[in-house]
Design a binder for this molecule. Structure first.
Ligand SMILES: [Zn+2]
Length: 295
């Protein structure tokens, strides 16, 4: 099941809503469905429980029971087929068949919680959220531009600033920041999903940090090996040039050890030399040998 579906499953389980908030939620569901006009009221969802919730809410608030059809693709298409019923719903929410374009009618809100319930309805109708494991993205796909602008205003009341774009003639209101998505999920009442979201985010951060650390260590190791190989190469030339014979015994020993162990780190060279020289001592001698090889 997608994360979006599990959020919606959580939302339709909510029970503690007062009458005014149920009304506001039903308004959000209806207004932000696929169609909401005197000519068509429709809504499509993959989830049968969301379809049932939509119908129950609309019926509970307006007395009109929408019809559900299952499409060939297995989606639930909800429609209010009778014009009389559509007008009843339309007028119930304070809209008129003469309305030229839709706006959000604020008379459908009674208390502060009503706005949250409304947003819950809107999310159930036209919202989706990506699995936080994959990416941080929550969006509302709105059919009408005026409604999209009105929805942005309501969301902004909660001190959230959504982004806006167009896709396939639809208006997309979306969030990319994880904290904003968490806030929005909390506002609409998906508290368990919010916790899941936050835990996933922390796990992801930790994994990224470990990867970054591993990458850093790997890069360091590669640098050491590279330097060792270059030294071994230079020391072989040094040996071939005859300068080797003029070296002190300590330098001769280190020169041979490096040629035999090109990938060894300074600490490893220390060990091979029986810890008789410090790391900085070895570093100093290696530099001397490199300088001599260049002469
Ligand atoms: Zn209320």
């Amino acid at each position: 099941m997608s994360f979006s579906s599990s959020v919606k499953d959580e939302l339709v389980m909510n029970k503690n809503t007062s009458e005014c908030c149920k009304h506001a939620e039903a308004y959000g569901l209806a207004l932000f469905g696929k169609m909401f006009s005197s000519r068509a009221i429709s809504f499509t969802t993959e989830r049968s429980n969301v379809a049932k919730y939509y119908c129950d809410r609309i019926y509970g608030v307006t007395g009109v029971m929408p019809e559900v059809f299952v499409t060939k693709a297995g989606n639930n298409k909800i429609e209010v087929t009778s014009e009389e019923d559509r007008l009843k719903i339309y007028e119930h929410f304070g809209h008129s068949a003469k309305d030229v374009s839709l706006n959000i009618n604020y008379s459908n809100f009674n208390c502060e919680e009503c706005f949250k319930a409304f947003l819950r309805g809107v999310f159930l109708s036209c919202g989706t959220v990506c699995d936080p494991v994959k990416s941080y993205h929550l969006e509302f796909v709105v059919s009408y531009s005026r409604l999209a602008n009105a929805l942005i205003k309501i969301i902004e009341e909660f001190e959230l600033v959504p982004k806006y774009s167009n896709r396939n003639f639809n208006h997309i209101i979306y969030f990319k920041k994880s904290v904003e998505i968490e806030d929005l999920l909390t506002i609409i009442g998906a508290s368990e999903s919010t916790i899941h979201f936050m835990v996933t985010k922390v796990e992801k951060d930790v994994k990224n940090r470990i990867n970054r650390k591993n990458n850093f260590e790997y890069a360091n190791m590669m640098r050491t090996i590279d330097a060792g190989l270059n030294q071994a190469d230079a020391f072989k030339k040094l040996k071939a040039s005859g300068k080797y014979d003029e070296l002190s015994d300590e330098l001769k020993a280190l020169c041979d050890i490096r040629i035999e162990n090109p990938g060894a780190s300074l600490s490893e060279l220390c060990e091979i030399l029986g810890n008789t020289v410090t790391k900085s001592g070895i570093k100093h001698r290696l530099k001397k040998l490199v300088d001599l090889s260049k002469e």
